[in-house]
Design a protein around this ligand. Structure first.
Ligand code: SAM
Length: 207
């Protein structure tokens, strides 16, 4: 918790939150992992200190693989030492690796059955947010699901403030509408989180 808060202060724009997500949001956003009886290929983006990673690894079934992308080197070290390496040492039929990189530069070859994204889209310019969202949709396997979260009310509050915040929030909404047009969208409200949030799921209809 302390590590997250310190990095949140040092790298405010990148981290985009003052506290790591809680277990209720983690449970909601990772619900599609291990749910369909096939070997999952999971991509987690913006893993931070592992709030969602623990749940992903717990749910990963036989043959499952997880790629965990995180930009911040301190978070990557914590993820490797405290989450992924201890888990890997107890598994022989599933695997996970931490990729220390900006998602836009990450060398990813797979098509993923589930992508869980913890990126702070509201801290990014609309151009960057839209580019990354499109990149993630393109990385989905047919029938795959992209899950991310939005703090409740934040987009609406941003839309109420005249100026660049409103423009950015509207551009972000427009991009989501555009992406959702060809996908099924589901949303789950999670009250017990700092701050309350929506888990948003964009489901590819290809399978
Ligand atoms: C809001 S925090 C979420 C952390 C964790 N998933 C959680 O919910 O507690 C966002 C994380 O995304 C990482 N991040 C920001 N920009 C990134 C990028 N372009 N590529 C990969 N990770 C990024 C930050 O370092 C930070 O750890």
């Amino acid at each position: 918790m302390a590590r997250f808060f310190i990095e949140a202060l040092r790298r405010r724009k990148e981290v985009g939150a003052v506290a790591a997500s809680g277990r209720y949001l983690a449970r909601a956003i990772t619900r599609t992992v291990g749910s369909n009886g096939r070997a999952d290929r999971v991509l987690e983006v913006g893993a931070g200190t592992g709030a969602f990673t623990n749940h992903i690894l717990d749910r990963l079934g036989p043959g499952g693989k997880a790629d965990i992308v995180e930009l911040n080197p301190r978070f990557c070290e914590k993820l490797r030492c405290e989450v992924v390496d201890p888990w890997t040492s107890t598994q022989d039929d599933r695997s996970a690796r931490v990729i220390e990189s900006c998602i836009e530069d990450a060398n990813l070859e797979q098509s993923y059955t589930t992508i869980v994204c913890g990126l702070p889209f509201n801290s990014f310019s609309p151009e960057v947010a839209n580019r990354i969202l499109q990149q993630l949709v393109d990385l989905l396997a047919p029938g795959g699901t992209l899950a991310f979260f939005e703090y409740a009310c934040l987009p609406s509050l941003r839309c109420m403030v005249p100026g660049p915040w409103r423009q950015d929030a509207r551009a972000h909404r427009k991009c989501l509408r555009h992406l959702s047009a060809s996908m099924r969208q589901e949303r789950t409200f999670v009250l017990r989180n700092v701050l309350p949030a929506w888990a948003v799921f964009l489901c590819d209809q290809g399978a």
